[in-house]
Write a protein that binds this ligand. Sequence first.
Ligand code: GLA
Length: 454
Amino acid sequence: MLTEVNRGRTAPGAEQTLKVIDGQTTAGPDPGASAFGSGMSAPYRQVAQRAKDAIIKDMNMRKSITSLALRIAALSFIAAAGQLTALDNGLARTPPMGWNSWNKFACNVSEDLIKQAADAMVASGMKDAGYQYIVIDDCWQVDRDAQGNIIADAKRFPAGIRALSDYVHAKGLKFGIYSDAGTATCQNRPGGRGYEFQDARQYAAWGVDYLKYDWCNHGTQDSAASYSIMRDALAKSGRPIVFSLCEWGSTKPWLWARDVGNLWRTTGDILDKWEGTEKWGGLGVVQILDLQDGLQSYAGPGHWNDPDMLEVGNGGMSLTEYRAHFSMWCLLAAPLMAGNDIRSMSPDIRDILTNKEVIAIDQDPLGREGRRVKRADGLEVWGRQLADGSRAVALLNRTGAEAEITVTWPDLGYPHHLAAKVRDLWAKRDLGEKTGSFTAAVPGHGVVMVTIKP
Ligand code: GLA
């Protein structure tokens, strides 16, 4: 079970804005005009007025030259900064797939568990289905030594992290680890703040391929600046490392993280529940879904919205609900990080996690995240454009009872008269050619997922 954690968040919406201040003088009466030269004769006044005009013109010119120079300098700085700071690690061209210890095991992590998870990922067929990363979440670390090096829990990881990563690599898998951008992790283990470059070098030396970076205990730190330091540190480490930002959507990372991380959490922590919320910020599947609406345009190859790790198989939902949870994450091009005990899962759960046709939607190379195209009375249609021009569709029934749901071709951007082949991805069955629309009976809290190919 998850424990309540100390999150130490800052208030949401604390974004930064850059203001350009326009240096132009405003038009209008000169307040000094009536007094200027009032005791002079007309010709003198004219000369004096011309001199005044010339001085003002000169001042304005200087002002605008200075302001132009400042603007050019600022623009070149921004351009240079943009070049220096773009995330360009070439990783996660499709959403990362793997397993993470947190949702099921919380702080109960050990090298035995991680090795067994790697074994199970291969034996269960998950590796064949595309899962790659084995990630240890919080609680593997206990302290720093006198030189500031991060120290792993020697009781739980007696052979050390390098040996564990070698084991995972020997299975043909990749190895991931967790830390935090603040001074301490959410379970109060040492955080990365101030040690970013040292930690990144250590992770590279350990053979780390994936870093999840949390946001607890960040005090007054700026999120974009803090995560950018670690991005730069990882880039300097010399090893390609997927960078997974976990700041829970609190400072709208979709607006700034495209150049910082390969994926960013969009919400608080997922609960192993179809619906509901917890005071500490936990959210059920449908609450998370609602928060994804509108974020689609920010995702794409190399930079993904992350609605949190999977709960499939953890016991709190029915098979129908788990199938729907998995389908919706695939429709959203979400990272697929299994969070159950994959050593002992039932064949039903394994079949959900390894459904290759549904995974192919998640991993579609176009990388276009799906969106909700229609909703009424708890019945929803979600659609996603695929690389070959076809569509993936999830008919989602949020009510408790079976109901019919219809998707029309115009809902998907297709003309009404088009004939298209429909295939059910869970039944693994072709449903024939349909024109204009498709209707299915969908179980309560369930999904019917199809592809529609003209
Ligand atoms: C936060 C994260 C979780 C998990 C825990 C670990 O709550 O959002 O995914 O990493 O911390 O303490």
